[in-house]
Design a binder for this molecule. Structure first.
Ligand code: 5GP
Ligand code: MG
Length: 176
């Protein structure tokens, strides 16, 4: 297992992109009361930075999904925490996730929000991975598009470690 020496995406690039996304979101959701639904744990770091750029009537809810063991997707998505229905019903919702890979997590999370009666669900991901999708999911807002590599840092983990790295690194599991 080997962490890349240099970050794939450094702190300054992340901060600049988060600011740009914030500006775009403020414009796109002007006048409509917005709820941001954050997928724990990985998206908490990205969301905390992004939320600093959003209007103060923005509501924040958390969801917890788990579909991953190690570096291989297990194929099932379970929810351990869901948003309060009154924060979702009839409102525009921005679903915030760390990374889009097979699409299973976002597909299941969006279905939960639609089930709670969201008026509209848009998806914002920090990273969009060039990996085969299992579910047809397209993110409306993307921080960075990356190759099909395993990345850690800025909230993203490998077996619950590496989340605290301030930038995004690649992790090779079987170095040769
Ligand atoms: P999906 O459901 O789209 O296959 O996967 C999304 C979830 O898988 C993310 O929330 C994240 O937890 C995990 N994941 C996918 N790719 C990576 C990666 O490169 N690094 C890390 N740390 N997690 C990933
Ligand atoms: Mg995750």
């Amino acid at each position: 297992m080997r962490l890349s020496d240099a970050p794939l995406i450094d702190q300054a690039r992340i901060a600049r992109r988060v600011e740009e996304l914030g500006a775009q979101l403020r414009e796109d959701f002007q006048g409509a009361p917005l709820t941001v639904a954050v997928l724990l744990k990985g998206a908490a770091w990205f969301a905390a930075d992004l939320l600093r750029h959003l209007p103060h009537d923005t509501r924040v809810e958390f969801m917890r999904a788990q579909s991953y063991a190690g570096t291989a997707s297990t194929g099932t998505v379970e929810f351990g925490l869901l948003p309060a229905a009154e924060a979702i019903t009839g409102r525009d919702v921005l679903l915030v996730e760390d990374i889009l890979d097979t699409g299973r997590t976002l597909h299941a999370a969006r279905a939960q929000l639609q089930g709670l009666g969201a008026a509209k669900v848009k998806i914002c991901v920090l990273l969009d991975k060039a990996a085969p999708r299992v579910e047809a999911i397209t993110a409306d807002y993307v921080g960075f598009r990356i190759d099909d590599e395993f990345v850690v840092g800025y909230g993203l983990d490998y077996n619950e470690e590496y989340r605290t790295l301030p930038a995004i690194y690649t992790l090779s599991i079987n170095p040769h």
